[in-house]
Write a protein that binds this ligand. Structure first.
Ligand code: GLN
Length: 560
């Protein structure tokens, strides 16, 4: 039993969020929105994700296929939904908040090899399911009032079965009133018949029931609101009260979702299912409504380019894009993001095209494809006073570009891409370990940095010591530091032992900043990250000085 500081006991409750019919319905955003609503009722909320795929973690997965790897403070390489959780509930999560089938099996097999199962036959039920339940219990042991558990994939997937079985058992283990099942489905509109269709929802709920779970709440995604009569139909066929059928219509922005779901009564019905008295947990929606208001009170448009390798899959840079938008809200601007393929710079994407942007981000990445395009883009931004924020690989590119074109180190490069450069300005700075396991061989998670007094970055952060999350192997090669500093690329932040360069900046430029870290992971909708805010402020000035700042109407017309 766990106790609060005032001595009262905490009875942790669990909400399991499953999805049916189709992937990409926004299960992560629905779960995150519910998390925020419960938090605004004064409850301590934490969240976790169970992913049915076989990778041990998303660290080795291709972001072009699976989306970004979200990094936690404690160095977890996790699913991008954890980014939604952190941005919505505004709590830092641990790596234990993401579990995959691969990590479950890895543990169970290690136990089997150690002889922990005392010669028993090791089976999906109970050994795999026990391990899954143990991961859920670990989240509960953190002392939250409510743990929201999202199950990746859709019911009916082969890989999801042990997870569904585990959460079914969990209600027995934790007690009926301590568990609530929320099921998300799609209610499509069929134009030829002019009707919204409930059949996919019925099938999906039938599938869930066949595994022994009767949902307490059904959240229906649709492009048109669901009528009361349709809710009654779903209620009757799926055996939930009609007020537990929630219409989750497409929202103008993701930040509108918590308010929409609250108006539909989602948090009320969840509290009810968890045996909690709503009157004891009144909601204070005001802070979130302020966020929504900021989102909708933007009065001009800025265009920011993301020049990277995986731009055909915007989810690969999800947190970067969100951080740019947050900083846009802070300067009152809607941001149009231009996704620019690095490989096409400068041949197909010209210097003029880049100069027509208000600001640029070169994000993180691995592998050689597109590097020369990024170097060309950094040169264009440096020479044409275009605000640029370089993130991780982006900073490394800024350093390579400066070395080649300002310091005349013509073959300057990173040893990630060549071992023959005479100027390895980006290099491995620690003893390299033999890579036999691609997981966890990087500088991962939160690392502190000391910022130089009076630097651009320390002014932006308003602090001299900061902590940011990392995910990389290579570093600025400190051997070359004096030449850079002398020629005008200042190393303005370093690790506390002074060995590793964490930030670079160019004081003679409107905004030319690079960081070895990934600041995007810590941006929040109501607290834009200082480095992104710096970029957007510089972009705003650039747009205004060039007379380019578009009003919202002009932008709508010019894109019509
Ligand atoms: N590939 C580079 C490195 O490993 C940069 C990594 C990144 O941008 N996250 O150092």
């Amino acid at each position: 039993m766990m106790f609060r500081e005032d001595g009262t006991t905490i009875m942790t409750k669990y909400v399991f969020v499953t999805g049916g019919v189709s992937s990409s319905l926004g299960k992560g955003l629905t779960a995150s929105s519910l998390g925020r609503l419960l938090k605004m009722r004064g409850l301590k909320v934490t969240m976790c994700k169970l992913d049915p795929y076989l990778n041990v973690d998303p660290g080795t997965m291709n972001p072009g296929e699976h989306g970004e790897v979200f990094v936690t403070d404690d160095g977890g390489e996790t699913d991008l939904d954890l980014g939604h959780y952190e941005r919505f509930i505004d709590e830092s999560l641990s790596k234990i908040a993401n579990t995959t089938t691969g990590s479950i099996y890895q543990n169970v097999i290690a136990k089997e090899r150690r002889g922990d199962y005392l010669g028993k036959t090791v089976q999906v039920i109970p050994h795999i399911t026990d391990e899954i339940k143990e991961r859920i219990r670990r989240q509960g042991a953190l002392g939250a009032d409510v743990v929201i558990v999202e199950i990746g994939g859709t019911v009916g997937d082969i890989e999801i079965v042990p997870f569904i079985e585990s959460i079914r058992q969990y209600r027995r283990d934790a007690g009926k009133n301590n568990v609530c099942y929320v099921h998300l489905t799609l209610v499509p509109y069929l134009a030829p018949s002019g009707e919204q269709k409930t059949k996919p929802t019925q099938h999906s709920v039938t599938e869930l029931r066949s595994r022994g779970i009767q949902p307490d709440v059904i959240v229906c995604r649709s492009d048109q609101p669901i009528s009361d009569s349709l809710k009654r139909k779903i209620s009757l066929l799926c055996d939930v009260p009609s007020n537990a059928v929630i219409s989750a219509v497409d929202a103008p922005s993701i930040y509108d979702i918590p308010v929409t779901l609250h108006e539909e009564g989602l948090d009320t019905i969840v509290l009810d299912a968890l045996g909690m008295n709503e009157a004891e947990h009144p909601i204070n929606l005001a802070p979130w409504k302020e966020v929504v208001q900021r989102v909708h009170s933007v009065d001009h448009v800025l265009s920011i380019g993301i020049i990277g390798k995986y731009v055909t899959m915007p989810d690969a840079y999800l947190s970067v894009a969100e951080a740019i938008r947050h900083a846009g809200f802070a300067v009152g601007a809607k941001v149009n993001i231009s996704w620019l393929e690095a490989e096409r710079v400068p041949s197909e994407i010209s210097a003029d095209q880049i100069a027509s942007l208000d600001g640029v981000v070169i994000p993180g990445g691995f592998g050689e494809r597109g590097i020369e395009g990024m170097v060309a883009a950094a040169k264009i931004c440096r020479e044409n006073q275009i605000p640029l924020l370089g993130i991780c690989l982006g900073m490394q590119v800024q350093v390579i570009e400066f070395a080649r074109h300002v310091l005349e180190m013509h073959d300057a490069h990173s040893t990630e891409f060549t071992s023959t450069s005479s100027f390895p300005v980006i290099d491995l700075m620690s003893e390299q370990v033999e890579v036999v396991d691609l997981g966890g061989t990087m500088r991962l998670g939160a690392w502190p940095a000391m910022l130089d007094e009076g630097s651009i970055v320390s002014t932006l952060y308003g602090a001299n010591v900061v902590s940011e999350r990392h995910r990389h192997r290579y570093e600025f090669n400190s051997r070359f530091r004096p030449q850079f500093e002398e020629a005008g690329l200042r190393c303005s932040g370093q690790s506390p032992d002074g060995r590793l360069v964490e930030f670079v900046e160019m004081p003679q430029h409107p905004y030319y900043v690079g960081t070895q870290a990934h600041p995007e992971f810590k941006s929040r909708p109501d607290r834009a990250h200082p480095l992104f805010l710096g970029l957007l402020q510089a972009a705003d000035s650039r747009a205004k000085n060039s007379g380019r700042a578009n009003s919202l109407e002009e932008s709508v017309n010019s894109h019509a």
